[in-house]
Design a protein around this ligand. Structure first.
Ligand code: SAH
Length: 503
């Protein structure tokens, strides 16, 4: 056996199966008590039976008196060697192994085919903790923590749930509905009453809820904002929705590490714009898929980058769902501007510099150009442009034309909040040139305003991009460029600053 085996966790059904315990002292008694919680056919073999073990034997045990014999192993499914004789324990382990019977040798990890974990129990709910036998002390500490985490009333809740399982199944026929109901049981008034010891009131509430459960068998679409990239920026509600989803329709912008948080058997479908497909065809496909799955009674999560209502066509999706009588909910997310600015150390409305912030789309549809340019160049505000990478020259022209000072600070935040985040500081006067020089790529935000300059000092987020000297975009082509020296310095030092700094 390897010294450090990777253990496979199992909870085993021992009903009617023979389990042999060799030894009948205190140690054996502990294991026998555990076995009493199962319906195993318990055999105990020993020369002497301790008082403790004898006290347990009111239940029907089969006792083998005398020295260990190999025949005791016959037909056993599990063996526990709990004698004080090390050599005997070794022999039992060897013989059990020969017969392919999983064996546990008490306190001798290297002889064990299976280990018995530390446990926290609340009725049928069991949390097993294993340190692989390496750090029992840590396992015990973790167990104590879990003990405090799980209210004792959970056992009662489990028993009640078990009793009403068929009724719950009838009232909530589809899996997503049931999942929702169980969440309500755990988080809602039933648990609350149980914690206060009001069993009758809890039961009454459960029964009334079941009676009211004539909710249509229709599914549900939850529009979820996934934030701009860092999975840590998901809200608890977003995570809960991902846990409950049957189908996830996600944007191309939503990263793999966010999707990794979804329920394992949820079906993930990327509904990003395909090459050669226009926006409207993509949107129609999304609508069709949402309807298709919701009508099967499934819980669909429509997972969108950032916030669903900020430049995300979330509104149109809700209008569609409403027209088709499909139930929906919305979980807001952190929009790229808010999270990106935070990760670039740019306080969007620092009171010395800005009293308002505008979120704008630079994506131009025919007839939908930004109309109020004169208002945008008024002082005391911060502008954040989404979808602007291809429009930087046009934005620059408009800003200058409408009186924006060429000295106004500009930052490009590419892949905001991700490990690959890049922040490039520029000024309105050279913004198009800098974006080209650094080969700025989508997704990126363009932040314009006096607050941007603060980001040079306040930046804190450590991105991998600063460490990469060879990145083609990190090195401007002209050697006399002001950025050349600072960039080399940044690259050879600890990556303390996320930003390539420009003055
Ligand atoms: N609903 C999204 C925006 C969708 S529009 C939100 O609230 O954030 C797509 C645009 O969002 C991109 O073109 C880019 O400008 C911006 N964006 C989204 N994620 C981004 C990210 N991680 N880094 C920089 N910009 C991002």
């Amino acid at each position: 056996m390897s010294d450090n085996p990777k253990l496979f966790p199992v909870f085993m059904n021992l009903a009617g199966k023979k389990v042999l315990v060799v030894g009948a002292g205190e140690v054996a008694a502990r294991k026998i008590r555990l076995l009493l919680g199962t319906d195993a056919e318990i055999h105990i073999g020993a020369i002497h039976f301790s008082e403790t073990v004898l006290a347990l034997t009111q239940t029907t045990f089969t006792l083998h008196h005398g020295p260990y014999q190999t025949e005791w192993l016959n037909d056993a499914w599990l063996v526990i060697a709990a004698t004080q004789d090390r050599e005997l324990n070794e022999r039992i382990a060897r013989e059990a192994e020969q017969q392919r019977i999983p064996v546990n040798v008490v306190d001798t990890r290297e002889l064990c085919a299976f280990q018995v974990p530390a446990m926290v129990e609340r009725g049928d709910l069991r949390v097993a903790i294993s340190s692989g036998g390496h750090a029992p002390v840590i396992a015990r500490r973790i167990r104590e923590r879990i003990e405090t985490l799980l209210d004792p009333s959970l056992g009662t809740l489990m028993a009640m749930t078990e009793r009403y399982r068929p009724a719950i199944r009838r009232a909530r026929p589809s899996l997503p509905q049931r999942r929702q109901f169980y969440n309500w049981l755990l988080d809602g008034p039933v648990s609350h009453e149980l914690r206060s010891g009001n069993l009758a009131q809890a039961e009454f509430m459960l029964l009334s809820a079941l009676k009211q459960a004539e909710e249509s068998a229709q599914g549900l679409v939850t529009l979820v904002g996934a934030g701009p990239g860092d999975p840590g920026l998901l809200t608890l509600n977003a995570q809960r929705a991902l846990n409950e989803a049957d189908v996830i329709l996600h944007d191309r912008l939503v990263g793999a590490d966010v999707l990794a948080l979804a329920r394992r058997d949820a079906q993930c479908i990327s509904v990003g714009k395909k090459a050669g497909e226009n926006q409207n065809a993509t949107q129609d496909r999304i609508h069709t898929l949402m309807k298709h799955y919701a009508e099967q009674g499934l819980h669909v999560v429509r997972l969108k980058g950032g916030d669903p209502f900020i430049f995300g066509r979330g509104g149109e999706e809700l209008q569609f769902l409403r027209e088709h009588g499909i139930a929906y909910r919305v979980v807001p997310g952190l929009t790229a501007a808010l999270a990106g600015a935070a990760y670039a150390g740019i306080p969007l409305t620092h009171r010395d510099h800005a009293q308002s912030v505008r979120l704008l789309t630079a994506h131009r549809r025919p007839g939908h150009d930004i109309e109020n340019w004169p208002a945008l160049t008024q002082p005391g505000q911060t502008l954040v442009f989404y979808m602007g990478v291809k429009q930087i020259a046009a934005l620059q022209t408009q800003l200058l034309h409408h009186g924006q000072s060429p000295d106004t600070a500009v930052a490009f935040i590419e892949n905001a909040t991700m490990k690959t985040q890049r922040v490039i500081h520029a000024r309105v006067a050279n913004m198009a040139e800098q974006a080209g020089e650094y080969n700025l790529q989508s997704p990126a935000l363009i932040v314009v305003g006096d607050v941007v300059a603060l980001g040079k000092d306040l930046a804190w987020f450590k991105s991998v991009m600063n460490q990469d000297t060879n990145a083609p975009y990190a090195s401007p082509s002209t050697p006399e460029h002001p950025l050349h020296a600072p960039l080399h310095r940044t690259a050879s030092l600890q990556p303390e600053h996320t930003s390539a700094k420009l003055n």
